[in-house]
Design a protein around this ligand. Structure first.
Ligand code: HEM
Ligand code: HEM
Length: 456
């Protein structure tokens, strides 16, 4: 389908709303990350401002990057490519825009409730019951819109991106409600060890069944388009999809290797964490062979450049993840900054980069105009690439220092002076990422609403 210079303003309203949502909340999420990083350098500096105490800013930062920046960014692309791949319109743009508006009511509700101290205290499931219900409703609305779009399709083939995104939203709708124990509004938790197992089944699925398939869906769409090459292998894309669903769904217990959970669960988690190399390498071979000989096209398209870089980080985070699941490695890496490094490599390096790539790839298509500024988008790319690569290096070193020190019987507080300079470096790198996020807000808003279509 050829792109028309002028786009019907009714079309892609949902995709536009989610682009804006993602860009703005990226700025907010990174700002909270900066406050957290500042606290770790100088804990007394803002100690009397309760609302932004570390115990509050951390979950606000984490929930905003997950549900404010990355998920809406990946959804923005989905609301564009799903109808196009199915040769139809989105089932309901009105419903889509309503979903985006409700999304933007839910996120401030999350920030305010966490800031006021209403938390259920379980990582990635901190949000209080009412916000959980809103998030469950949001996923239900997205599922409905996408499934109805699939029902009215004019294209018989369901391309792999449609498989991935449908699986992601349906499964997350279910695992979010399960993991947040929404049938227990007062605590949002079960009791004892079963709660930890359920929590990490859900917690891991946020990465494995939400960010990963949605990110891969964007990569599977953008890379063949940008390189103007057919996907290297349809069979590999099917093997990659099904092996991901089979293997990724029950490795959550690798977060609990130091906890008295049943040994058989730990064994399954470890074996399948290593087996993750299958879905990961199958997907990467498929995508990278599609790019073979076409790196110039990737370089020329800023959206594809972000997405392709995301695939490289996908490789690193997964190889690292499989290693971290081995008990002998985790004895050093658990409970320290190594894991924080891994988290940023995965959620920013892979999923965040891919979300940004999806946004920049679709912006000209949904507005019918070139990006407001390709230069600013490129600048943002480099700022984020430098920031995340720096994060990965610095946090990995800090993790190794902490892990070795603790194995040698050193106490936590005696290691703190040694890691202080690294925390300062992390904050400096954070400023670079923050600058990238704010440049992105400007560029996305200009591209969407104030764009004469002439600036380069
Ligand atoms: C082969 C795939 C992967 C494996 C085997 C894996 C393994 C692990 C393990 C073992 C941990 C827990 C470490 C510990 O507590 O000591 C962990 C944490 C984490 N992983 Fe992965 N990982 C994989 C891919 C990913 C991806 C693709 C993402 C992001 C999209 C991701 C995001 C995270 C995050 C955010 C945490 C921190 C969780 C926390 O707060 O404790 N991982 N991963
Ligand atoms: C201005 C840039 C950023 C700064 C300064 C920053 C800083 C931080 C800090 C201080 C923490 C808490 C670490 C701890 O508990 O020791 C954290 C956690 C986290 N951040 Fe960021 N961050 C930034 C950007 C991002 C972005 C853009 C993403 C994802 C797209 C992200 C994803 C995460 C995740 C998933 C965690 C949880 C880590 C874990 O539980 O292991 N951060 N960040």
């Amino acid at each position: 389908m050829a792109l028309s210079a002028s786009v019907n303003p009714e079309r892609y309203r949902t995709a536009r709303a989610f682009c804006l949502t993602s860009a703005v909340w990226f700025g907010a999420a990174a700002s909270f990350g900066m406050i957290g990083a500042g606290y770790l350098i100088a804990p007394d500096f803002m100690a009397n401002i309760g609302f932004i105490h570390f115990g509050k800013t951390r979950p606000v930062h984490v929930n905003l990057v997950l549900f404010g920046f990355v998920t809406p960014g990946l959804l923005a692309a989905a609301f564009y490519y799903v109808p196009r791949l199915l040769r139809t319109d989105l089932y309901s743009e009105k419903l889509g825009v309503f979903t985006a508006v409700l999304w933007n009511i839910t996120l401030p509700a999350a920030v305010i409730s966490l800031g006021m101290g209403y938390t259920q205290g379980r990582e990635y499931a901190e949000l209080p019951w009412l916000v959980d219900i809103l998030i469950a409703i949001l996923f239900a609305l997205v599922v409905f819109n996408i499934i109805m779009t699939i029902r009215q399709r004019r294209e018989k083939i369901l391309y792999v991106s449609v498989w991935y995104v449908s699986a992601a939203v349906v499964l997350t709708g279910l695992t979010y409600s399960l993991g947040n124990v929404i049938w227990q509004p007062s605590t949002g938790a079960l009791l004892g060890i079963p709660d930890a197992i359920l929590l990490w089944f859900y917690g891991h699925n946020v990465f494995g069944l939400l960010l990963t398939p949605m990110g891969l869906a964007v990569a599977y769409y953008v890379i063949p388009r940008a390189t103007r090459s057919p996907l290297y292998s349809h069979t590999l894309s099917l093997i990659g999809f099904w092996s991901l669903i089979v293997v990724y769904t029950h490795i959550g217990t690798h977060h609990l290797l130091q906890v008295p959970v049943p040994t058989y669960l730990k064994t399954i988690a470890i074996v399948d964490s290593v087996a993750m190399v299958i879905p990961v390498m199958v997907v990467l071979i498929n995508l990278w062979y599609t790019v073979k000989g076409k790196l110039g096209e990737i370089h020329a398209d800023i959206g594809a450049k972000f997405v392709f870089t995301g695939t490289i980080y996908y490789f690193f985070v997964n190889i690292q993840g499989s290693m971290m699941s081995l008990p002998i490695v985790q004895r050093v890496t658990h409970f320290n900054n190594w894991v924080v490094g891994h988290a940023h490599i995965g959620v920013l390096g892979f999923a965040g980069m891919t979300a940004l790539g999806g946004i920049y790839y679709i912006l000209p298509k949904i507005t019918g105009k070139p990006l407001y500024s390709k230069f600013l988008a490129d600048l943002q790319y480099w700022l984020i690439l430098i920031g995340i690569t720096g994060f990965a290096i610095v946090l990995t070193i800090v993790g190794l220092i902490q892990g070795q020190a603790w194995i040698n019987g050193e106490t936590i507080y005696r290691v703190l002076p040694e890691i202080h300079p690294y925390y300062v470096s992390r904050a400096m790198l954070g400023v670079i990422i923050l600058a990238g996020a704010y440049i992105g807000i400007y560029n996305v808003i200009r591209s969407l609403y104030f764009n004469s279509g002439e600036t380069s």
